[in-house]
Design a protein around this ligand. Structure first.
Ligand code: GAR
Length: 198
């Protein structure tokens, strides 16, 4: 039985689209049941509409810093969709330990660096400032610690002379779109071995 997947977004939703398009292929072991955004301004909502996926918005600003109330509303929005797996795809809210404990082992995230390097924000600028010769992205399981759960997959890209944070981000994003569907497909079948894409 295909696993039911909810995708949580905050922004453009290009990773969400890559996941949905993969899930819409025949024989993929998961299917999209909900795209959930934490702001009605998320551009990814228009993409989800075009892709024909159910959508919900839980605006974090309605909860003025009350994270548990925000997460209770997230849970309520998730309940009808009854997902087996949550995929964070550019979801820029930090989840509480209570939430991650409830969903332990069922939440994936994509992060634009080769973890454990550069947890947090501004990953590409930090890789450039450090003089790194390669960058990349990581899909990992979400635990209570930010950007720190077991690694399920990575893809690497070279850092080229003349790169800036924008050019590097664009090159990494292309790899994100390959990596996340590859990892989700394995994960949905119960395979937790990491995937390392060339
Ligand atoms: C992606 O690069 C993703 O890795 C990053 O946000 C972007 C979202 O793009 N996520 C994080 O930085 C999480 N800490 P998208 O909305 O087009 O998928």
């Amino acid at each position: 039985m295909a696993k039911r997947v909810a995708i949580l977004i905050s922004g453009g939703g290009s990773n969400m689209e890559a996941l949905v398009r993969a899930m819409q292929q025949k024989d993929y072991p998961a299917r999209p049941v909900l795209v959930l955004a934490n702001t009605p301004e998320a551009a990814g909502l228009a993409r989800a509409r075009r892709l024909g996926v159910a959508m919900a918005v839980v605006d974090h600003r309605d909860f003025s810093g009350a994270r548990h109330a925000f997460e209770a509303a997230l849970e309520a929005a998730l309940q009808t969709a009854a997902p087996d797996i949550l995929c964070l795809a550019g979801f820029m809210r930090i989840l509480t330990p209570a939430f991650t404990a409830r969903w332990q082992g069922r939440v994936l995230n994509i992060h634009p660096s080769l973890l454990p390097r550069y947890q947090g924000l501004n990953t590409h600028a930090r890789a450039l400032a450090a003089g790194d010769t390669e960058a990349g992205c990581t899909v990992h399981q979400v635990t209570a610690a930010l950007d720190d759960g077991p690694i399920l997959g990575q893809a690497r890209v070279p850092i080229l002379p003349g790169d800036n944070a924008e050019t590097l981000a664009a090159r990494v994003l292309e790899q994100e779109h390959r990596l996340y569907p590859a990892v989700l497909g394995r994960f949905a079948q119960g395979d937790r071995r990491p995937v390392f894409l060339p």
